[in-house]
Design a binder for this molecule. Structure first.
Ligand SMILES: Cc1ncc(COP(=O)(O)O)c(C=O)c1O
Length: 355
């Protein structure tokens, strides 16, 4: 890789393969964290790929349950890794260069924010194509990082905006030869980011993992981890969690409100043969789980983390013999204060639900 901001798979700060455990109390946690300074040359180098939080006595499983925390990453989510990898792969192939190429992508969520940050640091102009469902926060982040945000308002033949967004991108790349579409749903460098970084970070941190639970959006995270498990002959079972109403695994489409997981058009990246099992979760259960985690564990997690944990709860009867379970937590709940954590928003959309 050419640039310094490549994805680095860190060993932990003590350079051991054993996770650093903060069981000695807050004071010792602090001193352990402060033992070695972490000095980056730019925000893209601040990817913290080996941060885990154990959750005890929460789900009805005896196994150790570790949340892999991605919310501390630059731009606040796991998506900074595919954003960087997709750009750097294009650079390595000589297809884009800073100051000349213009990046374009369809996103209303974390990827749009992550690409905005990565493009700003690397010197690319960026247009993010979105729709009126984008949250105010993401709109603000994308603009603050200097990207252009285009909100598509015309609905497509399915009554949604996805095809309108894609059609606009196709027209723009046809008209402008210096425009490059990242196309995260089909781009193999999306899953490669997780194959090169997320997955090794998990398996280098724990000697034996019985189950890895991963939420499915573009399926980049899921497929990158699944390929890593297959290619390294690991015994770990990988369980996909999707949301009810998503078409990724060939179930019927229905209205969904929470961003991150689920699709209305099947991602090109998905390969069902690489996963061991699938759990579908209702959005009401996502909301209940997010709020329960906050109440009982003071953990403010994002929607997809709540979905995955709700999925594990439903799957718990199959986890009797498991010793170690890892769950990927793609972002924190601060992005969902005006949705999942807002009583009015929830009661308007899920009137019969108690949370
Ligand atoms: C919060 C959150 N969780 C999960 C995902 C799904 O990850 P992937 O697209 O790799 O399937 C995303 C994707 O944008 C996300 O933003």
């Amino acid at each position: 890789m050419k640039s310094k901001s490549k994805l680095i798979t860190h060993t932990n700060s003590l350079n051991t393969k054993t996770p650093l455990n903060f069981s000695g109390g807050f004071e010792s946690s602090q001193s352990a964290l402060m033992r070695f300074p972490l000095i980056a040359d730019n925000p893209l180098e601040l990817i913290l790929d080996k941060v885990f939080c154990r959750i005890d006595n929460f789900l009805s499983v005896k196994a150790n349950l570790f949340l892999k925390i991605e919310g501390f990453n630059p731009a606040g989510s796991i998506k900074i890794k595919p954003a960087i990898r997709m750009l750097e792969a294009l650079e390595e192939r000589g297809e884009i260069s800073p100051g000349y190429s213009h990046i374009i992508e369809s996103s209303s969520g974390n990827l749009g924010v992550a690409v905005s940050l990565a493009c700003s640091i690397k010197g690319y102009s960026f247009t993010c194509i979105s729709d009126p469902n984008i949250s105010l926060r993401n709109e603000q982040y994308i603009k603050l990082f200097g990207a252009e945000l285009v909100i598509v308002k015309n609905k497509d033949e399915n009554g949604g905006f996805l095809n309108s967004r894609i059609n606009l991108i196709k027209r723009l790349i046809e008209e402008n030869d210096h425009f490059f579409w990242l196309n995260q749903y089909a781009n193999t460098d999306n899953k490669n980011a997780h194959y090169l970084s997320t997955a090794p970070s998990i398996f280098e941190s724990f000697p034996e993992i019985d189950y890895l639970f991963v939420g499915a959006g573009t399926t980049g995270t899921l497929m990158g981890c699944a390929e890593y498990i297959r290619n390294n002959n690991l015994k770990t079972k990988i369980i996909a969690i999707d949301v009810l109403g998503s078409v990724t695994f060939d179930f019927p489409a229905s209205k969904r409100y929470i961003p991150g997981l689920g699709t209305s058009r099947k991602p090109e990246l998905v390969d069902k043969s690489l996963i061991d099992d699938l759990v579908l979760v209702k959005e009401e259960d996502t909301i209940k789980m997010c709020r329960e985690l906050l109440r009982k564990k003071a953990l403010l997690v994002g929607g997809s983390t709540g979905t995955v944990l709700a999925g594990i709860k439903a799957y718990a009867h199959k986890l009797d013999t498991a010793k170690n379970i890892v769950v990927i937590s793609p972002d924190f709940g601060d992005r969902y204060l005006d949705t999942i954590y807002d009583d009015q928003w929830v009661s308007e959309r899920f009137p019969s639900s108690r949370w």
